[in-house]
Design a protein around this ligand. Structure first.
Ligand code: FMN
Length: 105
């Protein structure tokens, strides 16, 4: 089991609907690959924890890294873990302009 955590900045101010779309797409693919974790969006920045088989995490991260919806993608921590910290997939959206904080799933 492998865990990777990165941060990035969105290339535009992501509307709630666009975030929901991204989460729905990610959830389907991550479920199919047995990848769990969390995706947070706050004030134009993302933080994502991905955990699963190392090879799958590496493959997914290389796709995510080049996604034009964000930039300055930087790994803040990665390495083997003995147990998953997230049993499922969760995401939160926070936009302080609108004073909105929301747990999506
Ligand atoms: C911040 C961010 C997080 C993402 N997280 C995931 C994810 O966890 N799982 C996933 O499959 N795609 C995720 N994506 C989307 C991927 O970058 C990419 O669009 C997707 O894997 C392409 O899938 P496709 O080749 O099936 O079209 C994320 C994109 C962004 C911008």
């Amino acid at each position: 089991m492998y865990q990777l955590i990165y941060i990035s900045s969105s290339t535009k101010n992501l509307a709630r609907e666009e975030f929901l779309e991204l989460v729905a797409q990610s959830q389907l693919k991550n479920d199919a690959m047995g990848i769990t974790g969390v995706l947070m969006f706050k004030d134009g920045n993302f933080m994502q924890v991905l955990e699963g088989e190392q090879e799958l995490i590496a493959k997914l991260y290389s796709a995510i890294k080049v996604d034009p919806r964000h930039t300055l993608v930087s790994i803040i921590q990665e390495g083997p873990i003995s147990l998953r910290e997230y049993q499922g997939w969760s995401s939160t959206y926070f936009n302080s302009d609108e004073g909105q904080y929301e747990v999506i799933c």
